[in-house]
Write a protein that binds this ligand. Structure first.
Ligand code: OGA
Ligand code: MN
Length: 275
């Protein structure tokens, strides 16, 4: 296994034979790297669904928190197809929501998924690059005074907020319209490192006025999305990218519904309760 860092704060390319992904030691090293580097890129490794699920299982417990959204049906068996193709996805709102910085699974009453695993099946001729921003690096670099101000704050993450930029709440079914979950803004990990649970799903800060809360969330998001903390992945067919969903935000550069872009995503369950 050969590795090379691809941007200073986030992202490492991993060059390894496909067959080696079945190896316990390789999986262990990948988890270690993921913790340290936030994003792992396996260029053109070309996994099929079965191989992607097998590697996902090596990294932890598999989770499917999108079973009720299009593409997340039973036959897809924990593999979620991301596409804007209207023949496959009849409810594009949730995929359009991925144009905006977010972490996966923050609006559900679950521990946030530890990692998301995404592979490129068909790439868009224009757009469709995925960007990642390290919320570990961003928090670390905040002025001490700002860190103090964030202590103890709690944030409500909701589906309505997640799709606010792309649709209105009445376009959602009642379940999703009312789906929200409260998280600490700053999450101190067992490792001692601190991350921020922010992004477009973040709707309000508990105990603050809407204006004050949203202004704070917007400022923190702008801070985190600085080039110094980010990496943009230009996909090639067969690329596999894994990111630490608890220490990085992500979003995709817009692409056309008829671009043919199709990605397959699997998720690794969160293992560390949010406190
Ligand atoms: C996701 C996601 C972005 C992309 O899989 O959770 O936000 O590049 N995907 O399609
Ligand atoms: Mn996502």
């Amino acid at each position: 296994m050969k590795t090379e860092d691809i941007s200073p704060a986030i992202g490492t390319a991993v060059h390894v034979e496909k067959a080696a992904l079945r190896d316990d030691e390789v999986a262990r090293r990948c988890l270690e790297l993921l913790e340290a580097r936030g994003v792992l890129v396996f260029p053109r490794i070309g996994l099929n669904d079965e191989e992607q699920l097998a590697f996902t299982d090596k990294l932890g417990a598999r989770v499917n928190f999108t079973s009720r959204v299009p593409g997340g049906n039973k036959s897809a068996q924990d593999v979620y197809t991301i596409t804007l193709d209207p023949k496959i996805n009849t409810e594009p709102e949730y995929v359009l929501g991925t144009y905006f910085w977010h972490m996966d699974g923050l609006t559900s009453p679950i521990i946030p998924p530890k990692a998301s695993v995404l592979s490129a099946r068909t790439v868009a001729p224009k757009g469709g690059q995925t960007e990642f921003a390290s919320s570990y690096a961003a928090y670390e670099a905040l002025p001490e005074e700002d860190k103090k101000d964030l202590e103890g704050l709690r944030v409500i993450h909701s589906v309505t907020a997640a799709v606010r930029a792309v649709t209105t709440p009445d376009a959602l079914d009642a379940t999703r319209r009312n789906m929200s979950h409260e998280h600490p803004l700053v999450w101190r990990r067992q490792s001692g490192r601190k991350t921020m649970l922010i992004g477009y799903t973040a709707d309000s800060v508990v105990g603050m006025s809407q204006a004050e809360g949203r202004a704070l969330l917007a400022r923190l998001l702008e801070w985190t999305a600085q080039p110094a903390f980010t990496y943009r992945h230009y996909w090639q067919v067969g690329d596999l990218v894994i990111w630490d969903n608890t220490g990085a935000l992500h979003r995709v550069v817009p692409y056309a519904a008829d671009s043919g872009r199709r990605m397959h995503r699997t998720s690794v369950a969160g293992a560390e309760a949010v406190v």
